[in-house]
Write a protein that binds this ligand. Structure first.
Ligand code: CA
Length: 420
């Protein structure tokens, strides 16, 4: 993640979160027989890239060693072209990323790594809670880093499909990382598009921003939590993080206020927002709620429209946005960090009559679907294609709107059914 088109990297993040990165691939150094007819084309393409690789400070030895007998990982091309058949509403996205389970785990991780996180905060000026929040959202605290071998996947994406120039840059960066000895090949696994490690940096981002914080001479975002978390703090610092400032606050706006042209980038002073009648959601003046002077520049976002929660956002929200180029993502990070410090959910309800499910509630729903005879596979809290097909059938049976979306309405209905 960490750059590129938001659409691609947004879907990539969800894949990482759900922990279902199951692309099949073959070890780059494993000279097995090449069975896919595309491998000949791949080898020819890579031969054509050799000159650029040499220009890109990759040694002839390195190039030879990691590309010689490579077999393509063509499963990534399907992922590259995947069009989600289902657009996740923001409330479902948020409920899956920031639920009680994640908040509890984040607090526990903060306590367990307090000394390290304190040193990182001192070195980079980024709060512990923010760093832990990124860690939790990116890899579920190092538990889901992706299992795709990224050299074969990036080699394939460099030679097939759209965005080849982008992925060539990432392939070359990966080879330089291997060449430097920062991370050994056998550990270098990640998401299908090349993001890897506990905070899922793309290889080029690694080159620019990863740091060796445990002092062993290697920058290792996979097996060193210290390096990974410090690198995240460094990313945010370089992205303009302002020490001592919050990210923003949930706001309350007058019903008559026209916010159609407002956004994260379109900043006004807090005094200007105050004059327009905007307050913190608890009714306080923005300057008071944020602890900042009246001339502080702030944007206003309304990701689910005027009826849903709206937010005043500051420079640090932009730094969070820079991590993954999506407002929903930045909001999840900000909210998780707030929840870790004792805040509750948003005050304004989401504009839906069918509230979202936490991961535990999604597992409960799946258990009920299994009990009703739907073959949805494992109970994993991820409402994928099979779960959604079963949800559609149940919605039809119950006379609900047939959306395929698992929400509180269906969970309640099935729970009532099963207790009869
Ligand atoms: Ca290190």
């Amino acid at each position: 993640m960490k750059q590129g088109s938001s659409v691609l990297f947004f879907s990539l993040m969800l894949t990482t979160i759900s922990g279902c990165t199951t692309a099949t691939s073959v070890a780059a150094t494993n000279p097995i027989s090449q069975t896919d007819p595309r491998d000949a084309e791949l080898q020819q393409c890579l031969a054509g890239l050799r000159g650029d690789a040499m220009q890109g400070k990759i040694s002839s030895d390195t190039w030879q060693r990691y590309t010689r007998s490579i077999a393509g990982d063509y499963s990534v091309l399907e992922r590259l072209n995947h069009q989600p058949e289902f657009k996740t509403p923001l409330w479902d996205y948020m409920a899956g990323l920031v639920d009680d389970e994640r908040v509890d785990m984040a607090k526990q991780q903060l306590a367990e790594n307090l000394e390290l996180l304190t040193r990182i905060e001192q070195a980079y000026g980024v709060p512990k809670e923010i760093v832990v929040s990124v860690w939790g959202v990116e890899s579920n605290f190092g538990r889901n880093m992706g299992r795709t071998e990224i050299v074969p996947s990036l080699a394939t994406l460099s030679c097939f499909g759209r965005r080849q120039p982008f992925f060539r840059g990432e392939l070359f960066a990966t080879l330089r990382i291997l060449q430097s000895g920062d991370i050994p090949l056998e550990r270098l696994r990640g998401s299908w598009a090349g993001a890897f490690g506990q905070t899922q940096f793309m290889p080029s981002t690694f080159e620019r921003l990863a740091v060796d914080f445990d002092g062993d001479g290697r920058r290792d975002l996979i097996d060193s939590t210290a390096d990974a978390l410090a690198s995240t703090a460094n990313f945010l610092k370089r992205g303009g993080w302002r020490t001592g400032q919050p990210w923003g606050v949930e706001a309350r706006i007058p019903a008559a206020l026209d916010i159609s042209g407002e956004g994260r980038r379109n900043k006004r002073s807090l005094a200007d927002w105050h004059n327009r009648g905007v307050r913190s959601v608890d009714g306080r003046a923005l300057t008071e709620a944020l602890g900042l002077p009246a001339d502080t520049q702030a944007g206003l976002i309304s990701p689910t429209g005027k009826e849903g929660p709206v937010f005043i956002t500051l420079r640090n929200f932009d730094a969070l946005y820079g991590y993954n180029a999506a407002e929903s993502y930045a909001l999840a990070l900000a909210h998780l960090a707030d929840r870790m410090q004792g805040a509750g959910g948003f005050t304004t309800p989401w504009p839906t009559d069918d509230p979202p499910l936490s991961r535990q509630q999604r597992r409960d729903l799946q258990t009920l679907l299994l009990a009703r005879g739907h073959a949805i596979g494992e109970v994993d809290g991820i409402l994928g294609t099979l779960s959604r097909a079963a949800i559609r059938q149940e919605q039809e049976r119950l006379g609900h709107e047939t959306t395929g979306r698992g929400g509180m309405k269906l969970l309640n209905a099935l729970q009532a059914d099963s207790s009869r």
